[in-house]
Design a protein around this ligand. Structure first.
Ligand SMILES: [Fe+2]
Length: 235
């Protein structure tokens, strides 16, 4: 696993007492100001006994591993991290002139999780599933819109996708999506605004389905996961 090294000063009782080793629960109870490095460390710690997560999901897009790991703990960690308006994710921020959003890998454990920063500047992602994994995200800058669709009952001959919900996600909020909840696409509110989101995928995956409208039918593609930067360096 690759760690990041930036820290911000924390005023919580744990740090004032010079306590350097915390459990996940202690960290949450103390309202400790998490650095990105610590967030990833605690996500890894929370999942350390969950290395069979991949075995819980299959190749379809209706399976889920959601009840096989401490999801609420990871949500709490993401909330805690974003509640202090962190800036240490800037190290992974990347924009270019061609893409309406960039995907930037921060940390990866092959059996447990992927953490990624997405920088949005207009446009939207394709409609996609999450390959049976959970996607937990927090918005660290700006506002994004999620358009959520009902997951189709079949993977073949899909004529249309029905919208389930449209919602705006604001800075500091934490959001969950998986294939049982639905498919989705993400976008900024308009083409002139920027937003940055931090995503944690549990377990990691390398391929997902994307969905395109084509001649009154939905074309399903298998899309391989790629990144514009990995660990702070362009690929
Ligand atoms: Fe997604």
């Amino acid at each position: 696993m690759t760690n990041v090294s930036t820290h911000e000063k924390c005023e919580c009782i744990m740090c004032k007492n010079n306590t350097t080793t915390m459990s996940v629960e202690e960290c949450l109870n103390a309202h400790h100001r998490l650095s990105l490095n610590e967030l990833i460390h605690f996500i890894d710690l929370s999942l350390s006994k969950c290395d069979e997560l991949r075995d819980q999901i299959d190749a379809s897009y209706t399976s889920s591993c959601s009840n096989k790991y401490p999801r609420s703990l990871i949500i709490s960690l993401l909330k805690l991290y974003s509640s202090f308006h962190p800036h240490d994710w800037h190290k992974y921020e990347y924009w270019n002139t061609t893409d309406t959003y960039t995907r930037n890998l921060i940390a990866h454990h092959p059996d447990r999780f992927t953490v990624m920063l997405v920088c949005w500047k207009g446009g939207s992602s394709p409609i996609h599933n999450h390959a049976g994994s959970d996607c937990l995200m927090t918005i660290v800058r700006g506002v994004v819109r999620e358009i959520k669709y009902h997951t189709p009952n079949t993977e073949h001959n899909i004529e249309k996708l029905d919208i389930k919900q449209i919602m705006e996600l604001h800075e500091g909020e934490v959001h969950l999506i998986n294939d049982q909840i639905g498919l989705h696409k993400m976008e900024t509110l308009n083409e002139n605004t920027q937003a940055v989101t931090l995503h944690c995928y549990i377990p990691p995956y390398s391929d997902c389905f994307t969905f395109d409208s084509e001649d009154d039918k939905i074309k399903i593609n298998i899309t391989h996961t790629t990144y514009d930067t990995e660990y702070g360096k362009t690929t």
